[in-house]
Every structure is written in C-alpha cells, then in structure tokens.
Design a protein around this ligand. Structure first.
Ligand code: AMP
Length: 595
C-alpha cells in the first residue's frame, strides 16, 4: 500500500467523529489489505508500531522533529518554531512548508512498508548518537513525503496523531471487512483480542484462516491477557442475591493489579492492568516468583500491595504509587516500602491454559502451584452461604486494611473472562457502608487556570466519564480540592502532552475550560452524591430528558490512576448505576433534585 493512500484515509477519518462513519471509513481502508501491511496499518492507525504492551517508543522529542522538518524543507529552525507557535501543530506546519518545496517528479512514492521500516529504525536507535540518527531518518522520510504525508508522519512521531481509532472501533471494522459483521462474529474477534492483546495478530489470523482460525489464538507467557473486571453492588445482601446464595469472598486489596508471567527459564515479566510492563519497578517480585511458582510456565494475577516492614500490615496504596517511574531511587524505596503480591487467579499452569475452568478449580490450582513466601502470598478467601458469615468476613477484611471484598461466582460458568466486566466478580467496598458514593475514575478533558495562591498552576480540572457505547467522554464535574502543593505543581507537567487548542471531537461538555486536554490522564475523585445536572452531559437523558449526572462536592483522593487509560475510566453506565443505587438507598421513589 502507498503511504499516500493511508494519509488520504487519515484525512477522511479525522473529519469524522461518529463511530459508524469511522467504522465505514476503516472498513474501506483495510478491506484490500493483507498481512503484513494489514498489521502495520492497524498499529500505525492507533499511533503505535507494535502492540501497545510491547511499549515500543519512538523517542522523538518536539525539538528533534522540528529539526528534521527544518532540514527537510531547508527553512531555518527558528522559522519553523515561529510558525508552530501560530499553527499549534508541527504536523500542519510541516505540511505548509513542504508545499513550498519542489520535489522531483520522478521520486519513488512512499509505501506503508517503507515508512513502517524507517519508523522502526527510529524507535530502535538507542545510545550515543541516536538523536542524530533519528533526526536523519525522519528528515530523509520528509524529503520524500507529500505535504499530507508529511503532516501525518510528523504527528505520528510526536504521538499526536488525531485519527483517534480506538481498539473497539478497529474490532468492529475487522468484523465488517473480513467476516460477516454479525454480533456473534464480532464477539469471537474481540475474544481473540482479549486473550492476545494484539490486533495485528488477530487480524492476520482472521484474514489467513477465517473466523475459525481465531480459535488458534490462545494465551502465552510474555503476552498479557486483558484483565477480567468486577461489577459492583450496593450491599452485601445484593451481592449474595446476585450470586444466588453462595460465593467465594476475598479481601479486596488496594494496590496495583499485576499479571505475572513466569516462564520455565528466563526473566519473569509483570504487566499492569493496562498491560504496561512494570517488571523493573518490582525487582523483589520478579526475583521471588520463580521460587514461589512450582508449575512454570505460568500466568498468575494478583494485587501488589505495600506492607509495613516491621508489622507486616497492609499500607495505603499511595506508598506503592511512589515507586512508579522513579528508577533511580528504586533501591531506597524498595527498602522503605516493600511490596507483597496477593495472588488471586491463575490463567496458565505448566504451559496449559486453565482460564476457561470454573473459578473454584482455578483457585485450587493456584493454591497447589504456589509455595507462598514472604512476598508472594495467596489472597485471603472464604466461601460463604449466608449474610452473617459474609458480613463477618467483610469486617475482618476491612480491619486487616483491605478496601472491602470481591465476591466471586462458584458456578460452572465462572471462567476467567478476559477484558470483560460482569457479575462473575462483584466488588463491595467499605465506603458503600457509610452511604458514600464509590470513588469515580474521571478523565481530565480540560483545566482552569488558578488564582491567588494557585496562580501559575491549574486551579481546577474538568473531568469526564467514558461512554463506551458512543466512544465519547462526557463531563460530570469540575474538581479543584484535594490536591496538595506537590500535586498542584506536578499536574501541569503530567498534562502537558495532552494539551490541545480546541475541544477534542470525542469530548462532550457545556463548559469551556481555559485549556482543553485530549483524554489521557485519569484521576480518582470522590464526592458527596450524584445529582441531576443541566450542565454536565454524563448519561444525559437516562433519568430525565435534559439532565445529565454531576458529582456534588468532588474531591481528588490523591490518587492518579496511572494504571488506567482513558477508556478504562468509570463509564457512563457505571455512573448511572451508582446514581440509581444511591437513590434506592435514599428513598425508593424520589430522585434527588438538580445540582
Ligand atoms: P475496580 O478496579 O474498582 O473495578 O476493582 C477491581 C480491582 O480490584 C481489580 O482490578 C484488582 O486490581 C483489585 N483486587 C484486589 N483484590 C482482588 C481480589 N481478591 N480479586 C480480584 N480483584 C482484586
């Protein structure tokens, strides 16, 4: 495929924000493609070179890209910088400048394969002199590019491609382009993706072997599985009712979810909930896992929790979040804040997938394969059949420092459902007992400048929940409290890469922040209650025609959810469910009035 055709398709994709139109444009784009171009186009369209979990990064800073544009167009770097100030986007500036460059008509057109190869070379350039190599490759590509191609090349390397095709839309398009598009087929494609986390792999299998070929895709050590997620219920009674009387209750540890991949030989790899590799952050776990797991190759899941060195008690999650992304003082933090992995599930045992077995069987396998150590333990569990024992277990859990409990179904159908949220797992947290609204993970979509003591920082943030049906982000609150000084100072830095000049297509709100943000950073907030709101569009029309849902008195909990991507934030459906359970608690008929 020519890179020019891909760029033209990107122009069309950029022009639409409707999921159906996007899907149609994508189907048209990918239908003629075959592997390996097909995988390349799928990765590129998500702004990636390889599946996300591999963490391949181009490592091209703005300044490098600017230099490459200057070199390719023969314009001084200072001029490029000035023009970017006006346009706000180096991609468009590159396109404008390339307009003015005379290219030889005899030039070879760029191909997707060629561009992909060069971009890979940029990513692979490491060590001394690599910056020069990166600039060099990029400028040579730009010399050969048409203005439109140049625009997308620059945006791609900077990570600001705005085509915005998300995984779910790609799965829709795969079903439409290479299968019958039926719901059931779409589900099979998604299931293969949930197990492999690799769209390129799924697409190639689908094209080469048809829908039946997807059955061949299974789990493998080194390739993270998309995590199974929990639903919630407002009371233990409701939990037991859902579970039809019996369930395994486990402590709900408040930490970082870890999927541990333990090969027979070689290094253990740890993946976060959003499938980022975090092995380097927890060397004590990677060191102890091979000894603790008797039946490698294995894949286990657990929650990584900080513990008190002296008492062995569970500490607040914040202690472990301090270890994220601070490689240099890792040793010191490891000393100060040791962590422990409470394992709660197993997906692969001795190289054999066991994820489709019912949960009680998996728990047995897990208990058998583990020889627990100080750092690698088994989640505390009790099978309960009545409310008094459930309540007792819950109270013990909270007293031991857990957030609450996760109830797990004991039924025949209680397989591990990769990538799915369902009532096979139900969480019930301590806050629910106090009648508080559960914490909400909101995506920052805008920020307001601070005044007074906060001048120079942001004073408040506009947060949105994720509407997974429409693939959009709908605002539900503006939060300004709960930040300490260090967090206030840190936020602008964390948000810099998401800043954008205008409201992103995927964002819906009636408010206009001082600075718009592309959905990226997720913050945990809590509030007094959810109310109907004429201003915030979250779940608009679900309760009353013109009203959405808003969080009253929102407060940042201090927890930045680095482990969640924007589409893993709280969904509008969950928000609605929280609103309903709150109304049920307050009074059976009367919804609360507007905010
Ligand atoms: P939430 O992230 O609020 O949907 O709650 C589910 C999360 O609880 C999982 O993703 C895990 O990170 C965490 N968790 C803690 N303990 C357990 C457990 N025993 N079983 C399952 N998940 C647990």
């Amino acid at each position: 495929m020519r890179f020019g055709d891909l760029s033209a398709a990107y122009e069309r994709l950029e022009a639409t924000s409707k999921r159906l139109e996007m899907r149609a444009a994508l189907v048209e784009l990918i239908r003629p493609l075959r592997p390996p171009d097909l995988s390349r186009v799928l990765y590129l369209s998500q702004g990636l070179l390889r599946p996300e979990y591999e963490g391949v990064e181009l490592g091209v800073a703005d300044s490098l890209a600017r230099r490459a544009v200057a070199m390719a167009t023969g314009v001084p770097e200072s001029t490029v910088a000035q023009r970017v100030k006006r346009s706000g986007d180096l991609g468009s500036t590159a396109a404008e400048l390339l307009e003015g460059v005379r290219r030889l008509d005899s030039r070879e057109p760029l191909t997707v394969a060629g561009v992909y190869g060069e971009l890979t070379a940029i990513a692979e350039a490491k060590g001394p002199g690599s910056q020069e190599t990166k600039v060099d490759i990029l400028s040579r590509l730009l010399v050969k590019a048409t203005p439109v191609e140049g625009k997308f090349l620059v945006r791609f390397v900077l990570g600001t491609l705005r085509v915005g095709v998300r995984e779910m839309t790609i799965l829709d398009a795969l079903a439409g382009a290479f299968a019958d598009g039926a719901k059931e087929t779409r589900a099979r494609i998604e299931a293969a993706f949930n197990l492999s986390s690799d769209l390129g792999l799924v697409a190639s299998a689908l094209v080469d072997q048809g829908v039946a070929g997807l059955e061949g895709i299974t789990i493998e050590v080194g390739r993270p599985v998309r995590p199974m997620l929990a639903e919630r219920e407002p009371s233990l009674e409701a939990v037991l009712e859902r579970m039809e009387g019996s369930a395994a209750l486990e402590y709900k540890y408040d930490g970082l979810r870890i999927q541990a991949h333990v090969p027979k030989h070689g290094p253990v790899r740890l993946f976060s909930r959003r499938l980022e590799e975090v092995s380097a952050q927890f060397p004590e776990l990677t060191a102890e896992l091979p000894g603790a797991v008797r039946s490698a190759p294995a894949i286990l899941e657990g929650e990584c929790v900080p513990i008190d060195r002296d008492t062995g008690e569970i500490l607040p999650f914040q202690e472990v979040s301090r270890r994220r992304g601070r490689k240099h003082d890792l040793d010191r933090l490891r000393e100060e804040v040791p962590v422990c992995l409470f394992t709660f599930d197993v997906l692969l045992e001795e190289g054999r997938p066991v994820y489709s077995r019912p949960f009680p069987e998996r728990r047995e396998i897990l208990a058998r394969m583990l020889s627990p150590s100080e750092r690698i333990r088994l989640a505390t569990q009790e099978v309960v059949h009545d409310l008094p024992s459930a309540t007792r277990f819950f109270e013990t859990a909270v007293a031991a420092g857990a957030e609450g409990v996760v109830a797990k179904s004991l039924k025949e159908g209680s397989a591990y459902r990769a990538g799915a949220r369902g009532y096979w797992w139900i969480k019930y947290k301590r806050e629910y007992t106090a009648g508080l609204v559960d914490s909400i993970d909101g995506v920052v979509v805008g920020a307001f400048h601070g005044r007074g003591r906060r001048a120079g920082h942001y004073g408040a943030y506009l947060l949105a929940v994720y509407n997974d049906r429409a693939d959009r982000f709908e605002s539900f609150c503006k939060v300004g409290t709960g930040f300490d000084d260090a967090q206030l100072a840190e936020m602008p830095k964390r948000l810099a890469r998401f800043e954008t000049e205008s409201r992103p297509e995927s964002v819906e709100t009636e408010l206009t922040p001082d600075v718009w943000m592309r959905p990226g950073l997720v913050l945990e907030v809590r509030g007094a209650e959810l109310t109907l709101s004429p201003i915030h569009p979250a779940a608009r029309g679900s309760i009353r025609p013109e009203a959405g849902l808003a969080l009253r008195f929102p407060r940042f909990t201090g927890r930045v959810r680095d482990d969640k991507g924007p589409t893993e934030a709280t969904t509008t459906g969950e928000l609605l469910e929280m609103y309903r359970s709150q109304v049920r608690r307050a009074s059976p008929e009367e919804p609360s009035g507007p905010a």
